[in-house]
Write a protein that binds this ligand. Sequence first.
Ligand SMILES: Nc1nc2c(ncn2[C@@H]2O[C@H](COP(=O)(O)OP(=O)(O)OP(=O)(O)O)[C@@H](O)[C@H]2O)c(=O)[nH]1
Ligand SMILES: [Mg+2]
Length: 254
Amino acid sequence: MKKPDVKIVLLGDMNVGKTSLLHRYMERKFKETVSTVGGAFFLKQWGPYNISIWDTAGREQFHGLGSMYCRGAAAVILTYDVTNWQSLAELEERFLSLTDTANHDCIYALVGNKADLTDSKAQLFQDSDGPVKDRTECEEECEVLSGCPTPPASPTSLPGVMLRKQVINEDAVALYGRILRYKGLDEKSSLPAEKMCFETSAKTGYNVDTLFESLFDLVLPSILRKRHENQQSPTVDLEECRALGSKKARSGCC
Ligand SMILES: Nc1nc2c(ncn2[C@@H]2O[C@H](COP(=O)(O)OP(=O)(O)OP(=O)(O)O)[C@@H](O)[C@H]2O)c(=O)[nH]1
Ligand SMILES: [Mg+2]
């Protein structure tokens, strides 16, 4: 198994769509999920580098594991659900302190998932690798969501019913500022909120590639630094070895 050059961790409350985001990115699919137990990782080859992306359980009972997964992380994706205000509040109340074990130069992204439920652009987005949905399929999904048939199509009508957006981008931007302050970082010399606050849909794929691939580019300096340090003093990262252990598959869980 390849040794990861860098680690990215997904954190956030249960049900916000962390696992679904990873499936969408790695497998190009939106599929049924079961609530994550513990954590699981995927390995992504990005150019000459190997990036491990860790999915964690949002359920309270696994909370204690969070800081272990964050240990040595170069980036943390703090995920919430745009239709659920509490899921944003939980990031600050419950998850932020877990990132104390991340790298000192760790970068933080705030991700509002399920944008397809509130935003027609996200709902109509078509992942280039995903199956093409026809209008009937969209209408069926809409009926499941709303519990009633969609009105007859008109040139301006949306294919689905929108839910109320409980978290707007400004809320995420404000939280990003508070995260920087919590970390003792200066806003002016940190990555700007506009670059680090995303809205995504794991369901349609909206912004999912942009999210992961922007982060991959941003963690490159961390990879280069780590490689340089390893060349200076070649040591074995015991924690990483223990965590990744004898897993032979490309992805796994623990
Ligand atoms: N409409 C919509 N539903 C989504 C989206 N992402 C996830 N879901 C649904 O939300 C539910 C939870 O998704 P998961 O990916 O399992 O959530 P999670 O954050 O991994 O949850 P835990 O593993 O319990 O922490 C599932 O029913 C998904 O189908 C999305 O972008 N849009
Ligand atoms: Mg999960």
